[in-house]
Design a protein around this ligand. Sequence first.
Ligand code: ACO
Length: 309
Amino acid sequence: MAAGILGVGHYVPKRVMTNLDLEKIVDTSDEWIQSRTGIETRHIAGDDEETSDLAYEASVRALADAGIQGHELELILVATITGDMAFPSVACQLQNRLGAKKAAAMDVGAACAGFMYGMITAQQFIENAEYKKVLVVGAEKLSKITDWTDRNTCVLFGDGAGACVMGPVADGYGIKSFELGADGTGDTALYQENELIRMNGREVFKFAVRQMPESSENVVLKAGLTKDDVDFLVPHQANVRIMEAARMRLDIPKEKMAYSINKYGNTSAASIPIALSEEVKNNKITPGDNVVLVGFGGGLTWGAVLLTY
Ligand code: ACO
């Protein structure tokens, strides 16, 4: 019995911050940001909206899409590096707010690759026939750990959340292969210091333009498929140039790649489920499509799956 997606949902805060807004804060330009990253705007949560609130909104939408209620959930996994507090976890906060009384709950920390780690963890419990209804969420309020005086990083990030309900699916559907990895020697490329994000952009870039295409291709081959079988690519939305590297390795046209970095920036663990949810809502991803999801992040970490939606 394969594990697959039963419902998707996403949510971003209302406030939009443009590149022109950033020009007023740091020495940067709309032209620099768009040409180097593809980002035009990002959504920023207010003081009254925490990571758990973003996660909750996305989860309610995913549960409605799956046609299930909170009390039916057996496991809640939340990928985040910006939980409201160290404990309780965002997953436990959600468990309470969704009335998911019988669900186990924990957060997953793998930075921007966190959603892939969560999804693959969920897959194991589902394929072992342990659980039939698992909620996997990626949620971040990166704005609270962004150094708004550092032009190298503050132009990149945004807030938001995406969620999937996962469970057993019919033969031929669901996750066909995955790849997970970590390289702890990359701990100085991307890390948190005194609460704030620190990044060696060039190091992260070099790692990501190699890893994203490699992992994308690996999951296709591991599934016994060829590039021609891939219908859609949902890459972590960190930088359009990195996303393009993955797309070109899979030889798929632009319209077959999720592209929302222009609107939301890099929302870390939330970026893949937000992009997936949008493409499903827009009918760009439809049942039977072979979809590659691929992400990388601080750690360094990476993960990819090939699933038939
Ligand atoms: N506006 C204007 N100039 C800037 C800005 C800015 N916002 N930021 C940096 N610059 C300057 C730099 O200071 C540098 O100037 P210098 O040559 O005088 O030193 C110049 O622009 C070029 O810098 P580069 O690092 O060469 O620029 P690059 O083309 O590599 O783009 C970027 C930088 C966008 C950060 C790129 O390296 C990148 O995308 N890296 C990956 C980042 C990433 O994906 N992070 C993911 C985090 S995932 C997670 O876990 C949260």
